[in-house]
Design a protein around this ligand. Structure first.
Ligand SMILES: [Fe+2]
Ligand SMILES: [Fe+2]
Length: 317
C-alpha cells in the first residue's frame, strides 16, 4: 500500500503537534487543517485516506465536516475518527448519527490511537480495491457491447429507463442507485456466450437458445464476488423472469421476482424491440408501445409496472 495520507483537523495547534508526534514512527503523510473550512477544502482537493477530526472549531464545526464528507459520494468511504472529551457523550451520539467511523476520547492512549487508525486504513484500502474491481466490471460491460453494433448502448439505455420507472414508483435514492448498477451489468453474462450464436441471424436451435439463456446465471456468478454490487445481484439474475412464472433462470412467479428484476424486464424488452437485432429490424417506438398496451395482461410482466412504464415512454416519445 502507498504511504497513507492522514488529515488532522483541530483549531488547537498544540493538539495537532501532539498527534503528529505520536504518528511520526508510522511514516504516514500528515496534513493539517485549523478549521472546518480548511478541512473541507483539503478533502475536496485531494481526498485523504483518513481524517482525525476535532468537533469544536470556529467557522464550520467538526459535525458539519463529518456530515459533508459522509454525504458526498466521492468521499463517503474516507474513515473519520472524531476526537472528543469524555464528558461529551451527546456530541459522540450526534457524530455517530452523522456517520463518524470511530471515536477517541481525550486524553487518548497511543496504542489505541494507532490500532484504530491501522484498522480503518485497512478497511479503506480494501474498499478502494473493491471499487476498482467494480469499475473494471463496468468497463468490461461497455466493451462487450461496443463490439456488437446490435447491442451498443443497450445496457445504458436499459439502466436509464429502469431508473425513470423506479423514480416514478418513488424508490429511495439508494434503491435507484442499485437498479442503475443492475441495469448497466444485467447482460454481463453474455461474455460467456458464444459470439456466433449471439450474432446468428436465423432462428436458434433449442440448444443454442439454452446457451444464450445461461447469460443470466453467468452474469450473476461473475458479479457475485463483488461486495459493492451485492444489492444489484437479484436484478442481474432475474431480468428474464416472467410474471406468470414462465421465465428463466428460476421460473419465479409474480411478487417472488425481485421488484428490480420486474422493472428491468420491461425496460430490457422495450429496448430490445426498438433496436435492430441480427434476426429483425427495430420496431418504431409507437409500435412497441402498442404491443405493451395490447399485451399488458399477457402474463409476461407486472401490469402495474407496465402502466408506469407506458406513462413514461408516452411522455418522451
Ligand atoms: Fe439479458
Ligand atoms: Fe438485455
Amino acid at each position: 500500500m502507498e504511504q497513507a495520507r492522514i488529515l488532522i483537523v483541530d483549531d488547537n495547534k498544540v493538539n495537532i503537534e501532539l498527534l503528529r508526534a505520536q504518528l511520526k514512527p508510522f511514516n504516514y503523510k500528515i496534513e493539517t487543517a485549523l478549521d472546518g473550512e480548511e478541512a473541507l477544502a483539503n478533502v475536496g482537493k485531494n481526498p485523504p485516506d483518513l481524517v482525525l477530526l476535532d468537533l469544536m472549531m470556529p467557522k464550520i464545526s467538526g459535525y458539519e465536516v463529518c456530515r459533508a464528507i459522509k454525504q458526498n459520494k466521492l468521499t463517503q468511504f474516507i474513515p473519520v475518527i472524531v476526537i472528543t472529551a469524555l464528558q461529551e457523550l451527546d456530541d459522540k451520539l450526534k457524530a455517530i448519527e452523522l456517520g463518524a467511523d470511530d471515536f477517541l476520547v481525550k486524553p487518548f492512549n497511543k496504542l489505541e490511537l494507532i490500532t484504530r487508525i491501522k484498522s480503518l486504513l485497512r478497511m479503506k484500502a480494501l474498499h478502494d480495491d473493491l471499487d476498482t474491481s467494480e469499475s473494471i466490471l463496468f468497463s468490461l460491460a461497455e466493451a462487450l457491447e461496443a463490439k456488437d453494433i446490435y447491442t451498443r448502448g443497450h445496457s445504458d439505455r436499459v439502466a436509464k429507463l429502469s431508473v425513470a420507472i423506479a423514480r416514478e414508483m418513488d424508490f429511495s435514492q439508494e434503491d435507484i442507485d442499485i437498479i442503475y448498477k443492475g441495469g448497466l451489468l444485467h447482460d454481463i453474462g453474455k461474455i460467456g456466450v458464444r459470439e456466433d450464436i449471439l450474432l446468428k441471424p436465423g432462428r436458434l436451435t433449442d440448444e443454442e437458445m439454452a446457451h444464450v439463456k445461461s447469460h443470466a446465471i453467468r452474469g450473476y456468478d461473475i458479479c457475485k464476488p463483488l461486495k459493492s454490487i451485492a444489492d444489484a445481484l437479484p436484478c442481474i439474475r432475474c431480468h428474464h423472469e416472467r410474471y406468470d412464472g414462465a421465465g428463466y433462470p428460476d421460473g419465479l412467479k409474480g411478487e417472488k421476482i425481485p421488484l428490480n428484476g420486474q422493472i428491468l424486464a420491461i425496460a430490457d424488452t422495450f429496448d430490445a424491440m426498438t433496436t435492430d437485432r441480427p434476426y429483425r429490424k427495430a420496431l418504431a417506438n409507437e409500435t412497441a408501445i402498442k404491443i405493451f398496451e395490447d399485451e399488458i395482461n399477457s402474463g409476461q410482466w407486472n401490469p402495474n409496472i407496465v402502466k408506469v412504464f407506458l406513462k413514461i415512454v408516452k411522455k418522451s416519445s
